[in-house]
Design a protein around this ligand. Structure first.
Ligand code: ADP
Ligand code: MG
Length: 420
């Protein structure tokens, strides 16, 4: 689709280097991005991939080193008057009341006092702060202060509203409430804003809110993938479609492919126990997300047995990557290491089903009338791929299936089974 006229924002080959030539740091390289009228776009990526830099370039707070930034086909040399940015923690003037803080933005637009007051009260009401007009920032919770920030951004009536991790400094409940209010304002079209560009590092938040997710990677910052979202609002975390979507986003963020090849059964499962994987992830997480593989294998040999299959298993599940002899925990691995047991099982089930061999066992059991199939059947099925190691593969599959609570093994009848 070449909708030239409904594109508000177009970035072409944007590059940004910080610092002076010999010690330059390349924050962004060759970034292309479009935001169309009516769209809510989320920028998602690891810390340091240049998300904030990109927003600052878009709003004109800083200039790119090269490339073009076009707003309605026009290039601005300074701050773009059609955009506003809301930061993670919004700076309010502590000596001004809520109302005065909001009015300030209106004053800057040259509005007369009476109209200003009326509009400020409307905006304060709109973000759910009525009753707090004359409160001072110090009297407000973090969530409420952020609402004042939103009201102030809305006062400018930006066409393009840029949000830089607007909820990440808030506690879970305030964040959830404020998200809901923003979505309400946006989907009911009660604000003149034509498009929203929001930076987040929270996959679920992006999937809940956006029409499109742009995934970025780092070193230097670049666009990795774009994922359109067509699910209707309001979206629910428990919906299967929503979970399939977040899986897809996780896959893009961790750089794993999310489709199993039909012939993928050939890929052997590493011979590792999954509780060893959990142990490894906890260890790497405790070391700040990066650990030297060689040193770790010496420290953990006693606990984990042979560490390499464990690393391979963690890698196959998308929890770790290996880079120049270092183990790097992925966002997903972090989530797993921090999760409670129940959440771990769920996470594990989703990931294990991406492995063709596990998926094949699971689907075979699903398709069976009573959900029970002889172990023999699976061993036979893997014979030509694995020969003598076929049974060992089935045993590993059983162990993983159990840990993820996908299926189980009945020793007495020598059958694999699923509970309905
Ligand atoms: P993100 O918002 O995705 O975490 P940033 O845009 O803040 O990423 O930063 C991208 C890269 O640019 C990082 O490596 C960061 O250290 C560097 N960087 C950001 N701002 C500056 C600055 N003002 N001077 C030098 N380097 C910077
Ligand atoms: Mg940032």
């Amino acid at each position: 689709m070449k909708g030239g006229d409904n594109r508000l924002l177009v970035l072409e080959r944007v590059t940004k280097a910080y610092g002076k030539t010999p010690r330059q740091c390349l924050a962004l390289s060759g970034v292309g991005l479009e935001v169309r009228d009516g769209e809510f776009v989320c920028l998602l990526g690891p810390s340091g991939c240049g998300k904030s830099t990109l927003l600052r370039i878009i709003t004109g707070l800083i200039q790119p080193s090269s490339g073009n930034v076009l707003y309605r086909s026009q290039q601005f040399s300074g701050v773009n008057p059609y955009t506003t940015i809301v930061f993670q923690t919004f700076a309010l003037y502590p000596w001004l009341t809520v109302e005065q803080n909001v009015e300030l933005a209106l004053k800057a637009r040259g509005m007369q006092a009476a109209a200003r007051r009326r509009r400020a009260l409307e905006l304060i009401d709109m973000v759910g702060l009525d009753g707090f007009e004359s409160a001072f920032p110090r009297e407000l919770s973090g969530g409420m202060r952020q609402k004042v920030g939103f009201a102030r951004a809305m006062a400018v009536e930006p066409e393009l509203l840029c949000l830089d991790e607007p909820f990440s400094a808030l506690d879970v409940l305030s964040a959830e409430a404020l998200r809901g209010e923003l979505m309400e304002l946006w989907t009911s079209k009660s604000i003149p804003t034509r498009a929203i560009l929001m930076v987040t590092h929270n996959i679920e938040e992006a999937a809940l809110m956006a029409d499109r997710i742009v995934v970025m990677g780092k070193n230097p910052g670049h666009v990795v993938a774009e994922i359109p979202i067509t699910l209707r609002h309001p979206r629910h975390r428990k919906d299967t479609a929503f979970q399939a979507l977040t899986d897809k986003v996780y896959a893009a963020v961790t750089g794993k492919r999310d489709v199993a090849e039909p012939s993928g059964r050939r890929q052997a499962l590493p011979r590792a126990r999954l509780n060893a994987v959990a142990g490894l992830l906890e260890k790497v997480a405790a070391e700040g997300g990066r650990a030297d593989l060689y040193r770790l294998s010496q420290e953990l040999a006693a606990d984990l047995g042979d560490i390499l299959p464990v690393v391979e298993a963690a890698e196959k599940l998308g929890f770790l990557t290996v880079e120049e002899g270092d183990l790097l925990i992925t966002r997903l691995g972090e989530a797993y290491a921090e999760a409670k047991i129940l959440a771990r099982k769920e996470l594990l089930a989703g990931r294990a089903l991406r492995l063709p061999l596990i998926a094949w066992v699971y689907e075979t059991l699903q398709q069976d009338d009573d959900g029970r199939v002889a172990k023999e059947y699976f061993v036979d099925g893997l014979q030509c791929d694995f020969g003598e190691r076929a049974e060992e593969q089935v045993n590993t599959a059983i162990q993983w299936g159990r840990a993820a609570e996908l299926f189980d093994y009945d020793m007495d009848r020598d059958e694999l089974f699923i509970e309905d």
